[in-house]
Design a protein around this ligand. Structure first.
Ligand code: ZN
Ligand code: ZN
Length: 405
């Protein structure tokens, strides 16, 4: 077992540890995560904060580099035009090549604030969204906080993706710099366990945006979730749809374990043999009765199935990576059915306030999706478990202020 170099519990790094004073979980390559020493970030402006993560989760998207050698195949696919060239803009010249600070989902304790920070203070427990956002540009004003225009030169600025997304550090670190503390950080509400919010930085709001706004438009709608590659996002979407009053939520997957979780969330689990051919063969020709559908299979076949299953006027959201430069979609059927398709990244900062209200009500329990809670020090091993949702935790420095369970 890989172990993290010990530091006495509850101590802060000393000023004498100048150059390398913290540890960060570092992605080295397929199947390889390590604790490595890194320079501790410092405040660079009065509006910034430094936070210490104490709960962190693995994002569904992390499966790709953790369990596959992807850098060379992606580069080859780009050279042969099998992949969309935007992939290079998103993930850089050497996509997912380690080493880089890993992770972009965490709950943290505020340890230092610049003098202009008003909304959070030292000791607060906060959700740190995966992407950098200023809170006042046009994109942020439109709720597209992951497309903030004041977040640097990268296409997306985020934690946990190395230089391709701005070298902001990783969420499984002793210390993280937050450039727009007031705009980005979201305090954990009273009575909500930070461990349950481990994926509130990304995957839980990613599920939320696929169903919540559409259930406002179509209260009590039938919802279809095609589960799979985006393992937890599909389940979060199912649980949120149930909690928000969907009359029926059908959750399709081939994983028995995930189907059981879907059942525990109040959805109707439907076992399918496999993604791909089954979806192609069984896609309804004239539409179904779902006003809302979600493709979490990250496959074009799954996406088409979700699209073709829509009732007239229905809305489908695809949450996966669709790497190909083109995809054969059922545009004529969409035309005949008046369907809407939305694909895109999540914007947690915009969606967290109503999502946290729902969580406070107790009607949606994201912790049911978590399949492994491990000790923080065991993160290099735990994040390589082939399971739906991995969370690591340690004690906050100030337990009382942080409200940790
Ligand atoms: Zn993510
Ligand atoms: Zn902005």
């Amino acid at each position: 077992m890989l172990a993290r170099a010990a530091r006495p519990a509850g101590t802060r790094s000393l000023a004498t540890e100048k150059r390398f004073s913290m540890q960060q979980l570092t992605f080295v390559g397929k199947g390889a995560l390590e604790w490595r020493d890194a320079r501790e970030p410092a405040l660079q402006s009065a509006r910034e904060a430094i936070v210490r993560p104490f709960v962190a989760a693995r994002c569904d998207g992390d499966h790709l580099p953790l369990f596959n050698s992807v850098t060379t195949p992606i580069n080859l696919g780009l050279a042969l035009h099998y992949l969309d060239p935007i992939v290079r803009d998103l993930f850089g010249e050497q996509p997912f090549r380690g080493p880089y600070a890993f992770g972009h989902e965490c709950v943290a304790e505020v340890v230092a604030c610049g003098s202009d920070v008003r909304n959070v203070k030292r000791g607060d427990t906060v959700i740190v969204p995966w992407s950098i956002s200023c809170g006042h540009c046009v994109s942020c004003g439109h709720g597209l906080t992951s497309k903030c225009s004041n977040s640097g030169d990268t296409l997306i600025a985020a934690y946990g993706f190395g230089g391709a997304m701005g070298d902001w550090g990783g969420a499984v670190s002793d210390s993280l710099r937050v450039p727009y503390a007031d705009a980005m950080l979201v305090p954990v509400p009273a009575g909500v366990d930070p461990v349950a919010l481990a994926s509130a930085s990304d995957n839980i709001p990613d599920g939320w945006r696929t169903v919540a706004p559409h259930l406002q438009r179509y209260p009590g709608a039938h919802v279809l979730i095609v589960g799979g590659a985006a393992r937890s996002i599909g389940l979060y979407a199912a649980g949120i749809a149930v909690a928000l009053g969907a009359a029926r939520v059908d959750y399709l997957d081939r994983s028995r374990a995930r189907l059981e979780i879907a059942r525990s969330l109040g959805a109707n689990p439907v076992q399918v043999p496999a993604t791909g051919s089954w979806y192609r063969k069984n896609a309804p020709r004239r539409g179904g009765d779902y006003l809302i559908s979600v493709d979490a299979s990250a496959s074009v076949a799954g996406l088409n199935f979700a699209l073709r299953s829509l009732a007239p006027g229905g809305i489908c959201t695809g949450v996966g990576y669709y790497f190909a430069p083109k995809a054969a979609l059922s545009l004529m059927q969409m035309y005949a059915n008046c369907s809407t398709l939305h694909v895109g990244i999540s914007h947690p900062r915009a969606d967290l306030p109503p999502l946290l209200e729902l969580m406070q009500s107790g009607r949606f329990r994201p912790e049911k999706v978590t399949t492994l809670v491990a000790d923080w020090d065991d993160a290099p091993r735990a994040f390589l478990e082939r399971t739906t949702k991995v969370v690591v935790r340690r004690a906050p420095l100030d337990g009382a202020a942080a409200g940790a369970a």
